[in-house]
Design a protein around this ligand. Structure first.
Ligand code: NAD
Ligand code: MG
Length: 392
């Protein structure tokens, strides 16, 4: 029996973070918690730290530092605060693996530091690969660091590729539930409220990814994520709508044979696979029952109505800093939509305008990504405000 793997969870208070803690609690012989981090939910971070006894925690919101420190001082848990601390903590010697479950661009810097410190990564934070996939994958290769996908579709592909190392991929099919607005028209989408968009049929997730799922941007981000994780050309990646979310994705090999990974929609399974790879650990998750699913159905994605998916493909084809522009604009518009400042269909509109307006860089450096993210946010915010004033 090996010593338990010591895990750092970036974003432990979120949907993926809390489910990762559930997995670790169930598999306590295999994993233990070394570091927990959160943006601003101090109460939950404190509760988690008292229960899981990490060596250290980081709260990004510095105004919460005193509260967390006071609560954890008697427990002997080190407390740090601020963005820079997040990038430093991942370098701790005692960490065996880092699970990146924070949301958005904020994951980029800590992920780079993880790789530099040669820590294997279980990656949920897809935005990092969207923003800077080339830089991240090249650095990971140089440092010999493995990145294990947590996203269910990419975990599915990774699982299908086990034992197929020498067999080239002809194509992959990323499945998508289609979200709460599957089959709806543009006219319908014009007036949808955030409460409707936040009701995902199959998955219970954080607010940002739930909106991304409703707009199909999530699938667009996943197409770009797949390109970098599996070294594919855009033409090799196809999206298929599969409303039941049972087949999590499919790999087609050169002989035409297709391998799919299936199971109930439960993120704990891909989380556990990424943490425990290459082992499949015994657990008591609910099992799939064929008789409860008489029909598994498939449809073409409607990229006319859900333009975000087409925009993501466009960004992927264009390359350079274009996916970074797409991501930054998307983070701004999703936030604005959640604050009722813009309408659902304003989102692709603003993203497209940012993609047309922001300076294109073919071979971006890290500094170029930082700059692109910054200027795109300013532009997207400006466009958001313009639309907002027009609406009032
Ligand atoms: P969430 O909003 O529920 O949780 C986000 C976590 O990150 C929280 O702990 C929060 O405190 C932390 N965080 C947010 N912003 C931060 C910042 N600026 N700096 C530091 N920490 C910050 O999100 P989630 O649904 O758990 O998703 C996390 C990531 O995993 C996203 O990239 C998402 O796309 C991906 N993902 C999620 C799911 C899912 O089922 N939830 C599935 C696949 C992939
Ligand atoms: Mg996914």
């Amino acid at each position: 029996m090996n010593a338990p793997k010591r895990i750092a969870i970036l974003g432990s208070t979120g949907s993926i973070g809390t489910q990762t803690l559930d997995v670790i609690a169930e598999q306590h012989e295999h994993f233990e918690v070394e570091v927990l981090t959160a943006n601003s939910n101090a109460d939950l971070l404190i509760k988690q730290a008292i229960q899981y006894k990490p060596n250290a925690v980081v709260i990004s919101d510095e105004s919460k530092y005193e509260q967390v420190k006071e609560a954890l001082f008697t427990h002997g848990i080190k407390v740090y605060a601020g963005e820079a601390a997040l990038s430093q903590i991942v370098q701790m010697d005692s960490i065996d693996m880092v699970l990146t479950a924070l949301v958005g661009y904020a994951g980029l810097k800590p992920t780079i530091e993880c790789i530099k410190a040669r820590k294997p990564i279980a990656l949920a934070n897809k935005e990092t690969l969207v923003v800077a996939g080339e830089l991240i994958t090249e650095l990971a290769k140089e440092k010999g660091v493995n990145i294990y996908p947590v996203d269910s579709e990419h975990s599915a592909i990774f699982q299908c590729l086990a034992g197929e190392f020498h067999n080239p991929i002809e194509k992959i099919y990323l499945t998508a539930s289609g979200g709460p607005f599957r089959g709806k028209s543009k006219e319908f989408l014009l007036t949808v409220a955030k409460e409707q968009a936040l009701k995902h049929p199959n998955w219970d997730m954080g607010a940002k990814i739930t909106i991304d799922s409703a707009s199909l941007m999530n699938k667009g981000l996943e197409v770009i994520e797949a390109k970098w994780l599996f070294n594919l050309k855009p033409e090799q990646i196809e999206v298929v709508i599969h409303p039941q979310s049972i087949i999590h994705s499919v790999v087609q090999f050169q002989d035409g044979s297709m391998k799919a990974q299936m199971g109930l929609p439960d993120m704990k399974l891909p989380i556990q696979y990424a943490l425990g790879y290459p082992k499949r650990l015994k657990n008591n998750f609910q099992r799939f029952d064929f008789l409860k699913y008489a029909n598994l159905t498939f449809e073409q994605a409607d990229v006319e109505t859900f333009r975000n998916l087409a925009l993501a493909y466009e960004a992927l084809h264009k390359g350079g800093n274009m996916p970074c522009i797409l991501n930054a604009a998307n983070e701004v518009v999703v936030q604005a939509f959640l604050q009722d400042k813009i309408r659902f269909l304003d989102m692709p509109e603003i993203i497209e305008r940012c993609m047309a307006k922001i300076l294109f860089v073919q071979k971006p450096s890290y500094g170029d990504y930082v700059e692109t993210d910054k200027v795109t946010r300013i532009k997207a915010l400006e466009l958001t405000k313009k639309i907002n004033t027009l609406a009032n």
